[in-house]
Design a protein around this ligand. Structure first.
Ligand code: 7TS
Length: 409
């Protein structure tokens, strides 16, 4: 059993939720890939902002507004440093990855994509990186093509290379697949895409909570993050965009704060990132996200990455011993989760039994129906880890799975 490293030893105590029980059992939370629990300092940051500091951003000349604007822009600096952006203006605050990819698809369709252009997505995408491209497909006259994967859940890079041509204008894929845990070789994929002049959009929903992100090293053009999966409040995330690209991109939503001058005949727009931030943003949530970034920095992303790998190895070994259990997703490079089926048992039935034992895991298609089809399963069970996950959680999961086997077989 791996030993919890020094930097994470008292982490669990910082998450108030673990003080509660579920069905009279201690909570074993193994659904961080869906959303993470919140540390006390993020909860306290929201409470303090709403109690003592609340005011809108960018609109007023009074103190509360100036202060909340400063806090909001400070969060932008934190987000920029979190992904190693060149400047804070490369960060657009949004609700999360879903909104970020919808923004990218609509904006690129309005400003850059031409009929006949191709957008490549991978075979292991979350629906959030498939459907937005379909929604703009007819408007823009583009084609969507799919980079295939093998049966371990790894992208076929030879096939990808063969698909690249001057017609490919966007390559959009996840850094870590939420249904498989695969870590994709983004740097290599980006270098190849840039060889034909394509823009690379990375869905970082599952990577940002687990890996150190460096957009300059990856050399990607757009990188989307959801704050609620990385210990921040729900409702706030961001899109990193290379500034020279953001400048070429059309607005997504129109409204207040994104304009320069408005006439009834037409309007002109603010520079990025404000061009993409129409209306009153989720102010408290963005400030809370800044606190979550500090929380992650204080632990250290290297330590988080190492612990994640230790948990993954332990879970893989522990669950392999369960008869009939089959992993779905066995890529060499993985992060954050294990997904599996058990012969003769429906994932939903197993998840219900686990719930009675206080174990929260996800059963379903994980918003990745094409992945389920590839592996010819209707659904999988998925246990995903966070900074608060301890090996004993995996032991409790394994015991719950044994119990489910006894009850269901
Ligand atoms: N992309 C990936 C890879 C994801 O895992 C998710 C959410 C999204 C996009 C959408 O993120 P949102 O924050 O905009 O909702 N994934 C999951 C999941 O695996 N279970 O619930 C949500």
């Amino acid at each position: 059993m791996p030993v919890v490293p020094e930097s994470l030893r008292d982490i669990r105590a910082q998450f108030p939720i673990f003080a509660r029980t579920v069905h009279d059992q201690p909570l074993v939370y193994l659904d961080t890939a869906a959303t993470s629990q919140k540390p006390a300092r993020v909860i306290e940051r929201l409470r303090k902002f709403y109690s003592d500091e609340y005011g809108t951003v960018r609109r007023g000349s009074y103190l509360l507004c100036q202060q909340s604007t400063a806090m909001f822009e400070c969060a932008r600096k934190k987000a920029a440093s979190f992904v190693n952006a060149e400047r804070p203006e490369e960060i657009v605050f949004l609700r999360g990855v879903t909104e970020a990819i919808n923004l990218a698809a609509v904006s690129l369709a309005r400003s850059i994509l031409k009929p006949g252009d191709e957008v490549l997505v991978s075979a292991m995408e979350h629906h959030a990186n498939i459907v937005p491209w379909q929604l703009v497909r007819d408007m823009a006259g583009i084609h969507i093509r799919v980079i295939p994967m093998n049966d371990k859940g790894e992208l076929c890079l030879d096939a990808y290379e063969a698909m690249l041509s001057e017609r490919v204008k966007v390559v959009a894929l996840n850094h870590v697949a939420n249904s498989l845990g695969t870590i994709n070789p983004i740097k290599q994929i980006t270098a190849l895409a840039h060889g034909v002049g394509a823009i690379v959009l990375v869905d970082g929903a599952q990577s940002a909570p687990h890996l150190k992100i460096d957009v300059r090293d990856l050399d990607c053009d757009l990188y989307a993050v959801s704050g609620h999966k990385m210990y921040g409040p729900s409702g706030a995330g961001f899109l990193y965009g290379r500034y020279s690209l953001l400048e070429r991109m059309a607005p997504y939503q129109g409204g207040g704060e994104m304009i320069d001058r408005v006439e009834f005949s037409e309007s002109t727009f603010e520079d990025p990132p404000y061009r993409f931030e129409a209306g009153t943003p989720p102010i408290a949530e963005v400030i809370g996200l800044g606190e979550a970034i500090d929380f992650l920095h204080d632990i250290g992303l290297e330590a988080i990455e190492a612990w994640d790998q230790a948990l993954l190895a332990y879970a893989t070994a522990r669950l392999s011993a369960i008869p009939g259990l089959r992993f779905v997703g066995e890529a060499e490079a993985r992060s954050g989760l294990v997904a599996f089926t058990i012969d003769g048992m429906h994932p939903f039935d197993v998840a219900s039994i686990l719930d009675r034992k206080g174990v929260a895991v996800r059963a379903g298609h994980h918003c990745a129906q094409p992945v389920m089809r590839h592996f010819d399963v209707p659904a999988t069970l998925r246990a995903s880890f966070g900074v608060y996950t301890v090996p004993e959680d995996i032991d409790t999961l394994a015991a719950g799975l044994e119990l489910a086997r006894d009850m269901l077989s």
